[in-house]
Design a protein around this ligand. Structure first.
Ligand code: TMP
Length: 209
């Protein structure tokens, strides 16, 4: 028996981090996890020690440090390979549960649909990098690109967030296509925070009871 692997996806500003914090408080008390199982809350990029360093490199907003699209793809892939090897797989093997803020489909959406890197190249890289670990459940928090920009207007953007609305629209369209293809649970993230949390809880109860 392995633990469960839950992933939350969505464009910047959709509220993933807030929701993951809420769900992480509830899940260990929900009765869904076995008595000895722990919940590992993690994220990409930056879920492992090496990943934290990679995150700083990848999201550096200095224009002189902007990687090429291919280098960017490989940096996210390196982060994920390390994350799977050091955090995700060991946890699932111990029957712990993992909830991750983003995983491989973020690469398909951002580097594939956003940067126009050939999707087959991304998929074949993914088959190496993920080492067989696929989410048991992916939840997509859906907001429009316009709403995303509006919600982040008072924050200093990182390098990817600085790309602007057209990039974000392409990424969002990509996420919607992937969501349909992979039968994800799609939740409207324009509702209030509690309503979204409740919908996520219901989804987890339905999937894992
Ligand atoms: P975060 O702000 O959700 O932590 O993610 C950091 C940024 O990295 C976000 O703008 C999305 C982007 N990203 C990619 O472009 N490709 C990926 O594979 C991942 C995991 C994130």
């Amino acid at each position: 028996m392995k633990g469960k692997f839950i992933v939350i996806e969505g464009i910047d500003g959709c509220g993933k981090t807030t929701q993951i914090d809420e769900i992480s408080k509830w899940l260990p008390t929900s009765g869904l996890m076995g008595g000895d199982s722990k919940l590992i809350k993690t994220r990409e990029p930056g879920g492992s020690l090496l990943g934290k360093k990679l995150r700083n490199l990848i999201l550096d907003n200095n224009k002189n440090n902007k990687p090429s699209s291919l280098a960017e793809l490989l940096l996210y892939s390196a982060d994920r390979a390390e994350h799977v090897s050091k955090i995700i797989s060991p946890a699932l093997e111990k029957e712990d549960w993992v909830i991750s803020d983003r995983y491989a489909d973020s690469t398909l959406a951002y580097q594939g649909y956003g940067r126009n890197i050939n999707l087959e190249i991304i998929r074949s890289l993914e088959s190496i990098v993920c080492q067989g670990e696929q989410p048991d459940l992916t939840i997509f928090l859906e907001i429009s690109a316009e709403e995303s920009i509006l919600r982040r207007k008072n924050f200093i953007p990182d390098r990817i967030e600085s790309e602007g609305i057209n990039f974000l629209k392409k990424v969002n369209e990509g996420f919607k296509l992937i969501a349909k293809e992979k039968n994800w649970k799609v939740i409207s993230a324009t509702q209030n925070v509690n309503a979204i949390t409740n919908e996520i809880k219901e989804t987890l109860l339905k999937n894992f009871s």
